[in-house]
Design a protein around this ligand. Structure first.
Ligand code: NAD
Length: 392
């Protein structure tokens, strides 16, 4: 099969196995170039391990700290006629690289929100690892089935309170235009909190504690995006922002519930990057393209692997890390500082169809988007006839 990108709106419906493997190797190389992380963690569970921030967290755990990693993801395997998802190929490549390096790795592909998935993971921990000392919670999902009631919930990306009219960039039509997004109903807010809030993170830690597989001094973190004025209407102060506020509640409860284990639960705020999750959010492609241009001009551009290396090497594993007023770890300071935000805001006010290419790094955005699926790497031969059937 010769595999070329099939982009439909904000998603690419196929993936390139060799391109995904290349991308994983690049992240490993970057992590190794920074040297070894010398203390804990030894055994790491990454929930949402196959793409974006979760994959980077797994790579830094394994190839930075030398940890054994157990991952959970929800990916489609390939068939003879259709490629697998990028996360499938990323995971296959991660396993291969971990094996070459003599590092334990195992992945469960299934619905992390279910009780069964948690039970399967706990069985593996008991069999292979004993206890876990770091739990990374990096799920991004549009839906969740409550494991007790069987009720399905959908998350929505809508403003809270009032409707919002804002600029956006339509990546299919290549047009900067205004959109009006209606405000969410209370039901939509509640459902989004149910999907992307802290409940499932707590269920994971509760199940693991009950099974005795959390080590003393265990650390856990869930990821959030806070952003600033430009993104607040559709993110920070919107339905997804409400769900993310619920992570703060969950972190507080985890810290008190597991004080006997001296567990440390943090919400970590990371910068905006191109991932499958963020490209689906209205406004984000425009905001990220403008932000990329500004941060590249100012020499402070960072992607997922740079952010997660910083997190592990300077914050998450510290005995007494610096926290913000809501007890969160903040890795987004460079993006959200006033100076950078004011340059982005000026560009935002000016941007239109005529000056978009000049003000925004859409080329960089689009390249990062294609690379999520293993495309647009110079080192990969996209004319090669490949077998999509890669397993792990
Ligand atoms: P992503 O889409 O790249 O990754 C999502 C991961 O979740 C994948 O591994 C996927 O397989 C897994 N997943 C989804 N549904 C699942 C299910 N039901 N069961 C098991 N696994 C499932 O997303 P991302 O952008 O890396 O986001 C990860 C976290 O980081 C999210 O909490 C997100 O809000 C946060 N974050 C993202 C950004 C950004 O700009 N992308 C910025 C800050 C914080």
């Amino acid at each position: 099969m010769i595999i070329k990108p099939k982009v439909r709106g904000f998603i690419c419906t196929n993936a390139h196995p060799k391109g995904c493997a290349h991308s994983v190797r690049e992240q490993i190389k970057y992590t190794q170039s920074l040297g070894a992380i010398n203390n804990e963690p030894k055994n790491v569970l990454v929930i949402g391990c196959s793409t974006g921030y979760g994959l980077a967290s797994r790579i830094v755990s394994a190839f930075g700290a030398g940890a054994k990693t157990l991952g959970v993801c929800f990916e489609k395997e390939p068939t003879e006629r259709k490629t697998g998802t990028a996360g499938w190929y990323n995971t296959a490549a991660f396993h291969q690289e971990a094996k070459n390096a003599g590092l334990y790795s195992r992945t469960i592909n299934g619905d992390a929100f279910s009780h069964q998935n948690k039970a399967d993971v706990i069985d593996i921990i008991k069999q292979d690892l004993g206890k876990i000392d770091l739990v990374i919670y990096s799920l991004a999902s549009p839906r969740r089935t409550d494991p007790d009631t069987g009720e399905a919930y959908l998350s929505t990306l809508k403003p809270v309170g009032e409707q919002v009219t804002t600029k956006t960039f339509d990546t299919s039509k290549k047009l900067v235009h205004e959109i009006t997004i209606e405000s969410a109903s209370q039901d939509e807010i509640d459902s989004t909190v149910k999907v992307m809030g802290g409940e499932d993170w707590q269920l994971w830690l509760n199940a693991m504690s009950k099974a005795g597989v959390l080590s003393e001094n265990c650390i856990t973190t869930a990821y959030t995006y806070i952003g600033k004025e430009l993104t607040w209407p559709i993110y920070g102060h919107a339905t997804i922002g409400k769900a993310k506020e619920d992570l703060d509640r969950a972190a507080g409860e985890l810290n008190s519930d597991y004080a006997d284990l001296a567990l440390k639960a943090y919400v970590t705020s990371l910068k905006a990057v191109v991932t499958q999750a963020s490209s689906a959010i209205p406004v984000m492609p425009l905001y990220i393209s403008l932000m990329y241009q500004v941060m590249k001009d100012e020499n402070c551009h960072e992607g997922v692997i740079e952010q997660i290396n910083k997190l592990f090497r300077g914050h998450l594993l510290n005995d007494d890390p610096t926290l913000d007023e809501a007890q969160r770890l903040r890795l987004d300071g460079v993006e959200t500082n006033d100076e950078i935000q004011s340059i982005i805001k000026t560009a935002w006010q000016k941007v239109n169809n005529d000056n978009f290419d000049e003000l925004a790094d859409y080329a960089g955005y689009h390249q990062d988007f294609l690379r999520l699926f293993g495309f647009d790497f110079d080192e990969v031969d996209y004319e090669e006839d490949l077998d999509p059937m890669v397993s792990w």
